[in-house]
Every structure is written in structure tokens, then in C-alpha cells.
Design a protein around this ligand. Structure first.
Ligand code: SF4
Length: 236
């Protein structure tokens, strides 16, 4: 009996120790995250979405076009789109083929045109032309995934948002905030635990800026010029 109790005590101690280790690791990541948030804020004080828009529905159009395309090209293509279809109603009623003709330079023309058309129809017919300020409602719109829904919640409605685009995923892995995780939803969920909600949206914009200027997708990013050089995990 005494021996059984001894084994049980050992197991419990092992469990507690394992739990303590995980907690310590999480705490270290949280501290690292706060320091990264602080330094990136100093390095990039003014950040905003690089997709240009003056109405919420136009940001929905642009985020769909931005898949596998640069924001700079999207900003040019939407000018042609709105020159022909200046209102949401006009775009909702436009033939899909005509939309495709214009958005083709962004790549994936047929699916992007189909999603934009369907999305505008739903907004116009079911939401009275308004973009819903609800994450789950956004997710139900054609062509809108978690990344886009987060972007809309953050940039249009000023809500906490974690936008896990390619820059974000590359950088947080390199920095050691997440460990070898590439799946966007998993990265998003881990970052929700690490980044203060009120900082989350701007933090993601700052990752984009930093990913373009310093922590580039090249094999060797510019670590010698990086404000995080001394604290980064540099898992390159
Ligand atoms: S130190 Fe290097 S790997 Fe780390 S964030 Fe900076 S540029 Fe990227």
C-alpha cells in the first residue's frame, strides 16, 4: 500500500512539474511578445492598412483581390473597377464576366470575380448595403476567411484583430512567439493569448511593415538592422 502511494505521489509530482514547465514557457513567450510589441511600436509608430479604401465594402473587395497579389496592384485595379461600377449596387448588378475582365491582373480572376459578385449581392440585398460588424457574419460572406474577417473587424470597426497573413506567420515563427506553426488559424489562436487585444490590430500591421523592410522573406533577413536583434529567436 505504502509503495502504491509512493508511486502515485511521484506521478503527481511529475504532472505538476510538467505543468509548471509549460507555464514558464508560456510566461516567457508572453514577456517576449510584450517586448516585441513595444519595440515595433517605437519602430513603426504610425501604421495603417496598405489597401486603399474609403468605404467598408470596398475593403471587402480589396481583401478578396489581395489573395496571392500585392496590395499595390490591388490599389490600381480597384480604380478601374470603381470607374466602371462606382457604387455597391452597381457592382452587385454587374455581370461576373465583366468583373473578371477588370480584376484579371490580380490573378485568380474567375473565383475572385465570382466571390465579389456574390458578396456584393448579399450585402446589398440582405444587409442594406452595410458591412456587418460581426465576425461570424463576416465569415459567412463569399470569399471571406478568418484573415479577411479579422482585418475588417480591426480596420473598419476598431476591434481587436489578429490578421495572420504570410508576413505575420513568417515573423512570429522566426521570433519564437510560435514554434514551427504555419497553419493560419492555429497561429491566430496562439497570438490571441500573447498579444494584448488593444495592440493586436496595429501589431499585425507592424509585422507587415517589418516583414517588408527588415525581416524579409529572403533566406537571410536584415537581422543586423533589426530592432529585435537581441531578443529574437532567429528561427530562420
Ligand atoms: S532579428 Fe532577424 S529574424 Fe529576428 S525579427 Fe529581426 S530580421 Fe527577423
Amino acid at each position: 500500500m505504502a509503495e502504491t502511494k509512493g508511486k502515485a505521489d511521484k506521478k503527481n509530482t511529475a504532472k505538476k512539474t510538467a505543468k509548471k514547465r509549460i507555464t514558464k514557457k508560456e510566461k516567457q513567450k508572453q514577456e517576449l511578445a510584450l517586448e516585441i510589441v513595444k519595440r515595433l511600436k517605437e519602430a513603426y509608430p504610425d501604421v495603417d492598412c496598405t489597401l486603399e479604401y474609403d468605404q467598408a465594402w470596398k475593403l471587402l473587395v480589396s481583401v478578396r483581390l489581395a489573395a496571392q497579389c500585392t496590395d499595390a496592384r490591388v490599389n490600381v485595379v480597384v480604380q478601374d473597377l470603381y470607374a466602371k461600377y462606382p457604387t455597391q449596387e452597381a457592382l452587385a448588378e454587374a455581370p461576373v464576366e465583366a468583373i473578371e475582365e477588370i480584376v484579371r491582373p490580380c490573378g485568380l480572376g474567375p473565383s475572385k470575380a465570382r466571390d465579389i459578385s456574390a458578396c456584393m449581392k448579399i450585402l446589398w440585398n440582405e444587409y442594406g448595403g452595410q458591412v456587418p460588424d460581426d465576425f461570424n457574419a463576416l465569415l459567412k460572406l463569399p470569399g471571406v476567411g478568418r484573415k479577411s474577417a479579422n482585418l475588417i473587424m480591426g480596420d473598419v470597426f476598431g476591434q481587436p484583430a489578429v490578421v495572420t497573413d504570410t508576413h505575420c506567420i513568417r515573423l512570429v515563427n522566426r521570433m519564437g512567439l510560435v514554434d514551427g506553426i504555419k497553419e493560419p488559424k492555429k497561429v491566430e489562436m496562439l497570438l490571441w493569448d500573447l498579444i494584448p487585444p488593444e495592440e493586436s490590430n496595429d501589431f499585425c500591421h507592424r509585422l507587415v511593415e517589418h516583414g517588408r523592410a527588415v525581416c524579409t522573406a529572403r533566406t537571410k533577413p536584415y537581422c543586423d538592422k533589426c530592432c529585435l536583434e537581441d531578443i529574437c529567436g532567429k528561427h530562420i
